[in-house]
Ligand binder design. Sequence first.
Ligand SMILES: [Zn+2]
Length: 370
Amino acid sequence: MFPDHDIFDAPDFQGTKFTNSRTAVIFHNDFLLHDTGNHPENAKRLVVIKDALERENFGDSINWIEPDLCSEDDLFRCHTRAQVERIRLANQKSIENDGRLVHLDSDTPVSAGTFNAAKRAVGASCKAIDLILEENFQNVWALVRPPGHHATSERSMGFCIFNNVACAAEYARAKHGLKRIMIVDIDLHHGNGTQDIFYSDPGILYSSIHQSYHFPGTGHIDEIGSSDGKGYTVNFPVLAGSGNGEFAIYGRQIIAPIASQYLPQLLIVSFGIDAHVMDPLGALQVSTEYFAKMVTLFRAIASDLGIGIFFALEGGYSLSALSETMVECMHASVADYFDPGSLPMPYRPSPVSQDTFDRLVSALSGYWRL
Ligand SMILES: [Zn+2]
């Protein structure tokens, strides 16, 4: 049976005061130079977010930070030399053709500024890790593009060039010696690249909620990892039309209990906003308010564990959804307190979602108590 309202009436968390609300936002104008023209993943996405955050006047509660380019090592921990070279050459070709786009596949263009933007996006993601682990920030947002979660170790695809969150996770291990990192992907699409890179790796737990029967076609319940990584991949595919209720179940019935059993030392969120009800590419119906509630929930989970959160922007293609969602999420990010009502609260979901949840619990029963 699905949990009914009353299960969620009391907070599951030890306190409602956050001990740390330090928030940083990483941004660089190079991200705008990945110039994709009329493509849905275009530079306007970041421009509207930045404008909206500046208009809202967060003042000293947000630290704006500019990242460096990443090093080659930061790329090669996750990507083959051949892949990085392919991107460099495509970028070179675009420069030689006056910035004309070079297509890696039908979805994924490279412009004259792409290689730098993509290296800067990985640099931003590694910087986020340092800010959390060396400078005691609790929440670090990287407002980056190109996005990353579809990029595998040898293939850039699905609007993504390099896998920003995967590079950040490997950086956290290499530079800071972390042993357990949890990546939660709430983008509408399944993060096939991130899953693939860590599929047999118990040191990185990857979990995703995504619209089923949608690009890239991966992320089934029975994809739970391989060899030593079995149980460390957790997929919750939901049908078109799903929304807040399913996100609440995902956050409180799947992510919260797994986090409390896995005890990650760092939480990374692949923060796509394409599950928003206004998004033109997807058919999930998550509201602006619910994205902010998910941020509060992630903060409550992280607070209980005494760890920081790296939020990496992935997709999201409605300009108004992007700007209003990021403003609300930033308020949730800098808040010092939360009341239990500001956590996600599920209604009774559809029988199909209930069945999906039941099958997920059963697929993971040897690994997690859900
Ligand atoms: Zn997406």
